[in-house]
Design a protein around this ligand. Structure first.
Ligand code: ADP
Ligand code: MG
Length: 400
């Protein structure tokens, strides 16, 4: 941020990633709010007038109260120990008034960026138009939403082209750790993938294969792998149109001598709920329960959890993104817990990346300092690791 010169008295728009998990309007993990504090405190201490912008969840381009940033602004105020103004719109009258009312060293949070179609529009002109409105609120821009730097969105990619811009300290510290995973990682190097954004994450596998010694697959994507091997997966998460791609990954891994480690057992449930009936099944008989083809695989099984844990603890460098199962429901949290516990035993560098993965380790009772690093970005760290140029970093002139 030094490149921006003195920011005293200047209005600085800061793109944070305050996309926290909420349950009934209450924040269940405030890790991303805490991670935004160093940059915000630095700006406040310089006497800047700070305008925080962020998204939360995936609203469809118009206001949707369940995705309001109001509870986040409140939490931010508690953590900063000073008042935070909240504007009930993003680029309307409320936002203009909030920004105009800022004194030096004060902070305002504007309502969810994604309540506006321009933020995530595929149409560049529409994104530019929205970015131009945001740019009116600042004399400078600081990009600190690490979790979104892989997205070509108005506040990430177009806005920095309209104002003097720099990366914030969160982005800097995230990149310092990720560099250690890309430049000569100590081997053996294992990557553990899970979660629910199946097609997003399948794509990174091809690029990771040449870099790692083993890839452990859990979470929702494991069922596309099992299907690619000819197993029936009931009503589990499955992307049938990706089966051929997955087959090619398996073949490529075999050629390269990289191990793709798949589960040998899974927890199959009658429904997606905490009180659903459930059973551990070997992968070749997922549909052989009383729920038949309607059974849902919601976690890796205990045998798989043991195997993954052993392989993780025996690695020197481990990157993990994506819960192994639906950890939010207690009966399906064991796989995620076993993997988290194994990561705490890694003697080299262990990194947990992803909003839900970070929330999971904290919800399961682990402390942040039991891991080498907890990254605020899942998709962003994966794309960085695979060597993709990230639009939000490129636009800042960041060399990768
Ligand atoms: P991250 O935010 O860490 O990148 P994702 O957003 O990709 O992770 O995925 C997190 C979600 O994946 C969690 O809400 C979890 O419930 C879900 N999930 C994990 N395993 C499964 C599964 N087998 N079926 C359905 N959802 C799953
Ligand atoms: Mg997520």
């Amino acid at each position: 941020m030094e490149t921006l010169g003195s920011l005293s008295g200047k209005r600085v728009v800061v793109r944070c990633d305050l996309n926290v998990p909420l349950k009934d309007g209450v924040i269940t993990d405030d890790g991303r709010v805490r991670a935004s504090l160093p940059t915000l405190n630095a700006l406040i201490n310089q006497g800047a007038r700070v305008v925080v912008i962020s998204h939360l969840g995936r609203p469809k381009g118009s206001p949707d109260s369940q995705y309001s940033l109001a509870p986040v602004a409140q939490r931010l105020s508690e953590l900063l120990g000073s008042p935070v103004t909240f504007a009930a719109d993003t680029v309307g009258h409320a936002a203009s008034n909030a920004v105009a009312g800022l004194q030096d060293g004060q902070i305002a949070v504007l309502e969810n960026l994604r309540f506006n179609v321009g933020e995530t529009s595929k149409d560049e002109a529409e994104r530019r138009e929205f970015a131009a409105k945001l740019a009116e609120f600042g004399d400078a821009f600081v990009s600190d939403g690490f979790g979104v730097v892989h997205r070509k969105q108005a506040s990430v990619y177009e806005l920095p082209q309209l104002l003097p811009s720099a990366a914030g300290t969160l982005i800097e510290s995230e990149l310092t750790v990720l560099d250690r995973l890309t430049e000569n990682p100590q081997r053996p190097y294992a990557v553990v993938l899970g979660g629910s954004k199946v097609s997003d994450k399948l794509g990174v596998i091809e690029h990771l294969l040449p870099r790692v010694d083993s890839l452990l697959i859990g979470g929702g994507m494991l069922f596309t792998f099992l299907a690619a091997q000819g197993y029936s997966v009931g009503s589990s998460l499955l992307e049938s149109d990706q089966i051929d791609t997955v087959k090619s990954y398996l073949a490529e891994a075999a050629d390269r001598g990289v191990e793709i480690v798949l589960p040998t057992d899974v927890v199959v449930a009658s429904a997606f709920s905490a009180d659903a009936e459930h059973e551990v099944r070997p992968i070749d008989s997922i549909e052989d329960t009383s729920f038949g083809a309607s059974g849902l695989g919601l976690d890796i099984g205990p045998q798989t959890a043991d195997d993954f844990a052993r392989r993780i603890a025996a690695s020197t460098t481990v990157f993990w993104n994506g819960p192994m199962g639906v950890f939010e429901l207690a009966p399906f949290a064991a796989g995620t817990k076993a993997v988290a516990e194994a990561l705490t035993r890694v003697t080299g560098l262990s990194v947990v990346g992803g909003g839900d993965s970070a929330a999971a380790v904290r919800a399961l009772g682990f402390a942040d300092d039991q891991f080498g690093h907890i990254s605020t970005g899942g998709g962003a760290s994966l794309e960085f690791l695979e060597g993709t140029k990230l639009p939000g970093l490129e636009v800042l002139g960041w060399q990768q």
